[in-house]
Design a protein around this ligand. Structure first.
Ligand code: IMP
Ligand code: MG
Length: 179
């Protein structure tokens, strides 16, 4: 990783931690007395997921899914394929999908359809980031960390070509990296 690949820090680790704690508290209140299956959509949401579940004070189960979506380096095609499915049966369960970022909206729209077919009791979506100006299909999320402008970001789980996931902050990638 080259330091000059990063244009600037967009969200500091303190800002991330504050917001993740707020969302965890909200989820705890919203699901009082209920059980919850929290689904980590690998790989981008690992950091958010790991921090968020520790802020949720409920009886939870965790599970993982790997999706792949074909597209070019900074865009999704919307053709979403399940590469690794959940281990548990979500029928009749409260399910919370944890995503890194909603961009065109195609991935989350498709994932919602796939999981809804399994008849969960409820299905909610928590996304760390949202780029509302990039939306191509209508999707609603239930918990959103932060809305960000139309810039390609990396760090705190988010990658460009599998790099930068281990950065502690969320940073704007220099366009020279992908142009
Ligand atoms: P969508 O289907 O267009 O909403 O794309 C969502 C997926 O694209 C996310 O789960 C990310 O993997 C990826 N993505 C979109 N924008 C960014 C970004 O700025 N940085 C890193 N990954 C992104
Ligand atoms: Mg992703």
């Amino acid at each position: 990783m080259n330091k000059s690949d990063i244009e600037r820090v967009l969200i500091t680790k303190e800002e991330i931690a504050t917001r993740v704690a707020e969302i965890g508290k909200q989820i705890t209140e919203d699901f009082q007395g209920e059980e919850l299956v929290v689904v980590c959509v690998l790989r981008g949401s690992i950091m958010f997921f790991a921090d968020l579940i520790r802020e949720i004070n409920l009886a939870i189960q965790i599970d993982f899914m790997v999706l792949s979506s074909y597209g070019d380096s900074t865009n999704t095609s919307g053709h979403v394929v399940v590469k690794q499915d959940l281990a548990c049966d979500i029928k009749g369960k409260n399910v919370l999908i944890v995503e890194d970022i909603v961009d065109s909206g195609r991935t989350i729209k498709r994932l919602r359809e796939i999981l809804n077919e399994r008849e969960p009791k409820s299905l909610k979506i928590a996304t760390l980031l949202d780029k509302p100006t990039r939306r191509e299909v209508e999707v609603s999320t239930d918990y959103t960390g932060m809305s960000i402008p139309d810039e390609f970001v990396v760090g705190y789980g988010l990658d460009y070509a599998q790099h930068y996931r281990n950065m502690k902050e969320i940073c704007v990638l220099s366009p020279k990296v992908y142009n």
